[in-house]
Design a protein around this ligand. Structure first.
Ligand code: PMP
Length: 377
């Protein structure tokens, strides 16, 4: 039986994407590769809703995207506001500290999100050069209302640069970089885009690039967007060797998503998340998030189910889910339902979870569980 990787990234990789990885590696300056790279760049703009932005595809994980975002737009001792809905929002504080940036941090209770008024109050009090918003925090499953928050920032402080972490959102959730007037957005290849880990995809606004140009130094060499812009415009040019086979894979996946309709892909995530949550609810698992993302769920264990026992029993049945992070660990677990995953695969996962719950806790009304999965939309 095929193992189902239902952690919130990396996510399962389709046969088509896997086989694109195994194509022969060719020169990174070869016209054939250049065309694939340009196509991937163009589709990166589509998934971010970023027609007017500069796209980048760079080898490295999502954390590199976070670091590239900050090192290119904020100088030492400038003020940064971090809006956090969990562990990954908090990571911006650590990066800012490493870069000697002055950071203020607004954090919600686990599962909740920061109220726009709180952000308004902060930006009225102090001038921030940039603000970070994590679109979906993978530790809590909370989705931020990026559009609303961006409006607040633009209204109160038009020059503040807006950075959006789309790592657990992009592709699975609508993002409108141009319309929402965002300055930097990034994601990783391994989440809703269904490609193995290894690439970060980014988009920068003209305003963000101007800010980079105004910095005397960046505290990055590999991550300096001014070094990458010529390559992204014409991949015949060399700065650092691109991850050729990973670019094949991301181009393949982005083409499949765009060709079958980005709207359909968003819808698929909405529907699958509703199905999983409906079935899990019957099984006694509530979600942590008050504002749940369509890409993953953080489920609370009902009484009588032990975290390690549950995840081990599920693993033995070929379903891999993730532990919760930090203070949530032991009480919750995390399950991804994003990327190339299908309804049939998720139904199998629900069946295996039902079996495990039965073993650990006793009888379950299976019909009700499966019907709720099938009828939810
Ligand atoms: N931001 C978010 C929202 C994430 O979920 C993750 C990874 N889970 C990261 C950043 C960091 O990405 P990576 O692990 O690829 O470095």
């Amino acid at each position: 039986m095929k193992e189902l990787l239902l952690i919130p990234g990396p996510t399962p990789v389709s046969e088509e994407v896997l086989s694109s990885l195994s194509r022969e590696t060719i020169a990174h300056t070869d016209d054939r590769f250049v065309n694939i790279f340009l196509s991937a760049n163009q589709k990166t703009k589509i998934i971010f809703g970023a027609e007017n932005a500069f796209p980048f595809i760079i080898a490295g994980s999502g954390t590199l995207g976070m670091e590239i975002a900050l090192t290119n737009i904020i100088d030492e001792n400038e003020n940064l506001l971090v809006v956090s809905h969990g562990f990954f929002g908090d990571r911006f504080v650590e990066i800012a500290n490493a870069l000697n940036v002055q950071v203020d941090h607004i954090k919600s209770e686990a599962g909740d999100r920061v109220h726009p008024d709180e952000i308004m109050r902060k930006i009225k009090e102090k001038k921030y050069k940039a603000i970070t918003i994590t679109h979906v925090d993978t530790s809590t499953g909370v989705i931020a209302n990026v559009e609303e928050l961006a409006q607040v920032v633009r209204r109160e402080s038009p020059d503040t640069l807006i950075v959006v972490d789309g790592v657990c959102a992009t592709g699975g959730v609508r993002e409108e970089f141009d319309k929402w007037d965002i300055d930097v957005i990034f994601t990783g290849s391994q989440k809703a885009l269904g490609v193995p880990p290894g690439l970060t995809l980014l988009a920068f606004s003209k305003r963000a690039i101007e800010k980079r140009k105004s910095l005397k130094v960046t505290r990055t060499y590999y991550g300096d967007i001014l070094k990458w812009i010529p390559v992204m415009e014409d991949p015949h040019k060399y700065f650092a060797t691109p991850a050729v086979n990973m670019v094949y894979a991301i181009e393949k996946s982005l083409s499949m998503i765009v060709n079958s309709g980005l709207e359909n892909y968003f819808k698929k995530h909405e529907i699958l998340s509703a199905k999983v949550r409906a079935a899990m609810n019957i099984l006694g698992f509530d979600i942590l998030a008050k504002y749940p993302a369509p890409t993953l769920s953080v489920f609370k264990y009902p009484d009588g189910i032990d975290d390690l026992q549950f995840r081990k029993a599920l693993f033995q049945k070929g379903i891999v889910v993730a532990a919760a992070l930090k203070e949530l660990s032991g009480k919750y677990f995390r399950m991804g339902h994003m990327g190339s995953i299908t309804e049939d695969e998720l139904l199998i996962a629900i069946k295996r979870i039902t079996e495990v719950v039965e073993t650990l806790k006793g009888n379950v009304n299976k019909g009700e569980v499966f019907n709720s999965f099938l009828s939810a939309s």
